[in-house]
Design a protein around this ligand. Structure first.
Ligand SMILES: [Zn+2]
Length: 394
């Protein structure tokens, strides 16, 4: 993904917001349809069926027909993709999208004629129903981009991101294997002993964020103070997200270049981040502690990192069963819960081998055997939404 700052005029921004509203409306209809489904009611409508429903809805509602059909169909498609990921166990169930928070839409089937450079620092992209919108040409635009996504962050800034399938990064060809353990304190530990950590906010930035959040909590509803604090919080959070994405890009390229086989645990992120709240009848335990852990896991950008490695090193990522990777000694193979001396330290009770607990786990993962069943993504295609010519208007 290459992301650029979009600079729409005021009129264009209104038109873009309208497209966001359309996409959100269609997405939320899909979420509602899923929520209403009960066993015995037959199959959930698939992508094609929903597109037929959309055509019908556009015929009945002129205001919907005014919007771009590509934007609306892509919202259905994005939702279908989200459901696939949910069923695969890697993502949470798609949720209701809110105004002001989840603003964005996707345009597909674009070609070189839809992007042009104006001068050194500016380019233009053609957005259906909006026209040519300027953006900051901060780096080369991928020539083979097939689609782009327009988003508005909570601070009100617009971006355009072009999706091109990244060229595979060649491995060293030496048969080098690396294991990566996803940690919470450290984002990832390599079997080589290296530690990777996601650059989040600095200490001063984090302190500033806390202060702003307190200010936000105290400010009266609808006040200028509140709007001001809200915008500042949004900017800081956007900065954090940008750093995480940038890190995932660099780290995935580096790993794909240095190692021929990259082994990770076949973890079920859905299980790890599932809400601990439980139900009214059976409330969950350690709710606060788990919520904290969930935040850290999502923050660590693990899912993003693995996805990007799979894109850049297709067929070279192996998923290893996670059993005992944290209790097993990577030197002698002895498995004992007592060897995990602390969160950070592993000291084998059999051979005395002592090392960082995450590195020990990463070494076990490097030595592990690939899962054939669900983790087998060896031939997985990148999850970019490819245009489906049969479903797009001519
Ligand atoms: Zn040992």
């Amino acid at each position: 993904m290459s992301r650029y700052r979009l600079e729409p005029t005021a009129a264009q921004a209104d038109a873009l917001l309208r497209q966001c509203a359309d996409a959100r409306y269609v997405w939320n209809l899909c979420v509602e349809q899923e929520a209403c489904w009960r066993a015995g009611r037959g199959r959930m409508p698939g992508f094609a069926e929903r597109c037929r429903q959309l055509t019908q809805a556009r015929a009945d509602n002129p205001w919907l027909a005014e919007g771009s059909v590509i934007v609306q169909q892509q919202a259905i498609k994005d939702h279908a993709q989200a459901m696939t990921r949910f069923f695969a166990g890697t993502h949470r169930r798609p949720r209701w999208r809110k105004q002001g928070k989840d603003e964005g839409f996707r345009i597909v089937a674009i070609g070189p004629q839809d992007v042009r450079r104006l001068n050194r620092n500016r380019g233009e992209v053609k957005v259906p129903k909006v026209g040519w919108v300027r953006f900051r040409w901060s780096r080369a635009v991928p020539e083979d981009a097939k689609s782009f996504r327009v988003t508005r962050d909570r601070a009100g800034r617009w971006h355009v991101a072009f999706a091109a399938i990244p060229d595979p990064v060649p491995g060293p060809g030496t048969g080098q294997v690396v294991g990566i353990d996803r940690g919470v304190a450290v984002s990832a530990a390599l079997s080589t002993g290296e530690m990777l950590s996601v650059p989040g906010l600095g200490t001063r930035e984090a302190a500033r964020l806390r202060k702003l959040e307190r200010k936000l909590a105290r400010a009266g509803r609808g006040s200028n103070r509140r709007a001001d604090a809200k915008a500042k919080v949004a900017r800081l959070k956007a900065r954090e997200t940008a750093r995480r994405k940038d890190w995932a890009e660099k780290a995935s390229t580096d790993l794909a270049r240095r190692f021929d086989v990259i082994r990770v645990e076949a973890l079920d992120i859905k299980d790890m981040t599932r809400s601990a709240r439980g139900t009214a009848d059976a409330p969950g335990r350690n709710v606060a502690a788990k919520a904290g852990l969930n935040r850290e896991i999502s923050k660590s950008g693990w899912g993003l990192l693995v996805r990007r490695i799979e894109d850049k090193a297709p067929g070279r990522v192996e998923k290893v069963p996670p059993a005992y990777t944290s209790q097993r000694c990577s030197a002698c193979g002895h498995v004992a819960r007592e060897s995990r001396a602390s969160q950070a330290l592993f000291r084998c009770v059999a051979c005395g081998n002592a090392c960082n607990a995450d590195v020990n786990a990463a070494r076990n993962i490097a030595a592990g055997h690939a899962v054939k069943a669900r983790g087998g993504h060896a031939t997985r295609q990148p999850a970019n939404r490819e245009p489906q010519p049969t479903l797009l208007p001519a």
